[in-house]
Design a protein around this ligand. Structure first.
Ligand code: GTS
Length: 218
């Protein structure tokens, strides 16, 4: 399998964490696509992912899978435990709901803030920016942090009692928030404690160096 990604990227982190949780790192070759040079918007990459985003998983037969959720679903199904996307119908439903919520209310909102209200990836990539929209999305992400803080006051993980794809999505959101200096509100003590614990997980801690160990094509 090949993963097209950017080693420090927050969305790529989601797939890197899933790979490590499933112990699949050694089966993957990483190919770096340079976001800062806008390689992800050039025809060669757009042919792999119409949306022009990372990461993308390419299977041995050439099949291409984009979107972190879809890639995580695939990885979860091809390897044994731990299960990241739910074992029972109810677990699956809750995990999907909370993972989507972590995207909508935090990760994607922070991404919009980055691309619209900061220089983003630079003028050759950011062809249209709307700072007001970006700032609104930053505020949405801050509200999302407060929401997830409330969730974690009542349970150990985002979708309940076990670590799942929903936690990985929220970790991606907080990685992105850290990169663009959007701080967790001080009162979000449960979210802060959970994130401190998550950062100690080997899958999260070693995600950036994973490609060096697995062998990267640059
Ligand atoms: N919905 C997509 C997914 O879940 O895979 C979003 C992917 C995404 O936005 N990826 C970022 C990207 O390609 C990668 S990173 O910023 O996290 O490194 N951004 C570039 C751009 O121009 O939007």
């Amino acid at each position: 399998m090949k993963i097209y990604d950017w080693p420090t990227g927050p969305y790529p982190a989601r797939v890197r964490i899933a790979l490590a949780e499933k112990n699949l790192q050694s089966r993957v070759e990483f190919v770096t696509v340079d976001l800062w040079k806008g390689e992800h918007k050039k025809p060669a990459f757009l042919a792999k992912n119409y949306s022009g985003t990372l990461p993308v998983l390419e299977l041995e037969d050439g099949t291409l899978l984009a979107e972190c959720t879809a890639i995580t679903e695939y990885l979860d199904a091809v390897a044994g435990p731990p299960t990241l996307t739910g074992r029972t119908p109810l677990e699956k439903g809750l995990i999907h709901m909370m993972s989507k919520r972590a995207e909508l209310e935090l990760l994607d909102a922070i991404s919009v803030y980055f691309h619209h209200a900061t220089p983003g990836l630079g003028p050759h990539v950011e062809l249209y920016q709307n700072a007001e929209w970006g700032l609104r999305q930053r505020d949405k992400a801050l509200r999302g942090m407060r929401y997830f803080d409330g969730v974690l006051r009542g349970q150990p993980f985002i979708a309940g009692e076990v670590f799942s794809m929903a936690d990985i999505t929220l970790i991606g959101g907080l990685i992105f928030a850290g990169l663009v200096d959007v701080a967790l509100p001080v009162e979000c003590e449960a979210l802060r404690a959970w994130y401190t614990e998550m950062q100690e997980r080997p899958s999260v801690k070693n995600r950036v160096t994973m490609s060096e160990k697995a062998g990267a094509l640059v």
